[in-house]
Design a protein around this ligand. Structure first.
Ligand SMILES: Nc1ncnc2c1ncn2[C@@H]1O[C@H](COP(=O)(O)OP(=O)(O)OP(=O)(O)O)[C@@H](O)[C@H]1O
Ligand SMILES: [Mg+2]
Length: 179
């Protein structure tokens, strides 16, 4: 369970990005933040894994203030699909997907099986894609890898920041080509 209690964020330059946010998200719930560009969606999300700390108020996960949690552990337990995709260019697709499982000391058999499972889930053939580098994939394919990287270690919390925007762009450009 995730709870925001009177959370505000003022950035270092004095800009008030969030004012008095209250949120209550139950286990198993899927919540989408919707709002115009710059309204504070990414800021809200990045506070859940402590990439940004609130200026006021508190955030609880399972009843515990996340300020008291180890940020590294908190991040390993929260899958995060970032807005800019952010695949590591010098690492293969398999290595990108297995960053957190390896940090969690999964054995090779377990993480290899997981790579197959996840690639199949997003319609990419493991034989073709696992040893490629990100630059050898289309934008939408890269974004699908970004999404499954966030799911890889089966975390209790998954944060996704516009995870399908590159896919929408592809659909739009295909529609233009076809019309
Ligand atoms: N480090 C920073 N310093 C000052 N202002 C910031 C900083 N980071 C973000 N902001 C501002 O805070 C506001 C919220 O930004 P945020 O990235 O949370 O928006 P968003 O809702 O995710 O937007 P988008 O839909 O464009 O991704 C924006 O006006 C942004 O310019
Ligand atoms: Mg954003």
């Amino acid at each position: 369970m995730i709870e925001f209690k009177n959370v505000s964020k003022t950035y270092d330059d004095g800009f008030k990005a969030l004012k008095n946010i209250n949120l209550h998200i139950e286990e198993g719930e899927l919540v989408a933040l919707i709002g115009p560009s710059g309204c504070g969606k990414t800021t809200t999300m990045r506070m859940i894994n402590r990439l940004i700390d609130p200026s006021e108020g508190e955030i609880l996960v399972n009843g515990e203030n996340i300020k008291k949690k180890n940020p590294v552990q908190l991040r390993r337990d929260s899958g995060y699909v970032i807005q800019q995709i952010g695949l590591l260019p010098h690492m293969t697709i398999e290595d990108n997907i297995t960053i957190v499982p390896k940090l969690k000391k999964w054995d090779k058999e377990r993480y290899s099986k997981r790579v197959d499972e996840l690639l199949n889930l997003v319609g990419l053939d493991p034989k073709t894609f696992r040893k490629r580098y990100p630059s050898e994939l289309s934008g939408g394919q890269q974004q699908r890898i970004g999404v499954i990287r966030g799911l890889a270690a089966d975390p209790p919390i998954i944060l996704m920041d516009e995870p399908f925007s590159a896919l929408i762009q592809l659909v739009e450009s295909n529609c233009k080509t076809n019309s």
